[in-house]
Write a protein that binds this ligand. Structure first.
Ligand code: UDP
Length: 239
């Protein structure tokens, strides 16, 4: 008998860095396989799942800009990096029998569908995993903001923010072992205390539209499923 998921439709945000594992950059095939399996496990529960993937393992706009590049050009490069990650993830998912569609905010007909909201929802209803690539399609934004925006557009019940730590702490737990983990947190406190959950644009968007965020450690195999089934293993950010 199948357990009952807490959420019906989910937006899962994976950073590019999640894909590189212990490496210094690029994509780890081993991590890719694990993530794909984690995704499959929740799709098998009958949950509708959309993904937003970052690009930080390949290119980040800010880094390019620091080295003298025009910020917008660097950001477009960052968005293209997310398309590479999206294709890698799509490949890994299809290898284990998960139907997927990549939708890109920057048109690239040969490799991805263009982003069309209604079409994305239709894919989800059919049980396909939709991978949103190229962020919002605009420079000066992040994929965290893209995740918030897409979550709102597809009416997701929750934004699941996958990280390498098991939630939000008062301070960086790696630097201060006395740091305390929050179980629940208000959006406004994330902003006021400048806690590193997502950037302020992304948090504000969630706050203004009452979209709950769950921050959790996705490096532990099975954690995506745990969150989906309602286990409170991370930090919930809400009103
Ligand atoms: N980016 C952008 N607009 C967006 C999303 C992303 O310009 O809507 C660019 C930006 O340069 C960013 C890069 O793409 O640094 C990669 O995305 P991000 O840093 O959010 O990836 P992550 O940290 O999740 O790996």
């Amino acid at each position: 008998e199948k357990p009952t998921p807490r959420y019906k439709r989910i937006l899962l945000k994976l950073s590019g860095e999640m894909l590189m594992g212990d490496g210094k950059g690029g994509i780890s095939p081993k991590v890719l396989t694990t993530i794909a399996q984690d995704v499959k496990d929740v799709v098998d529960l009958g949950v509708e799942l959309a993904l937003v993937i970052g690009g930080g393992n390949i290119f980040r706009g800010v880094s390019g800009a620091t080295e003298g590049m025009d910020r917008s050009s660097a950001d477009y490069m960052g968005m293209l990096a997310t398309v590479i990650n999206a294709m890698a993830l799509q490949d890994a998912l299809e290898k284990i029998g998960v139907d997927t569609r990549v939708q890109s905010a920057i048109e690239m007909h040969q490799v991805a569908e263009p982003y069309i909201r209604r079409r994305a929802i239709r894919h989800l209803e059919k049980g396909r995993v939709v991978i949103f690539a190229a962020g919002t399609g605009n420079p000066y934004f992040t994929t965290d903001t893209a995740a918030s925006l897409r979550a709102m557009e597809i009416h997701a019940d929750v934004l699941m923010k996958a990280t390498k730590v098991d939630g939000v702490y008062t301070e960086d737990p790696k630097k201060n072992p006395a740091a305390v983990k929050f179980k629940h947190l208000a959006y406004i406190d994330v902003l006021k205390r400048n806690l590193k959950v997502m950037d302020s644009t992304a948090i504000s968007l969630c706050m203004d539209n009452d979209l709950p965020i769950v921050v959790f450690d996705s490096t532990q195999h099975g954690n995506v499923r745990r969150v989906v089934l309602g286990e409170e293993i991370g930090t919930t950010v809400g009103g």
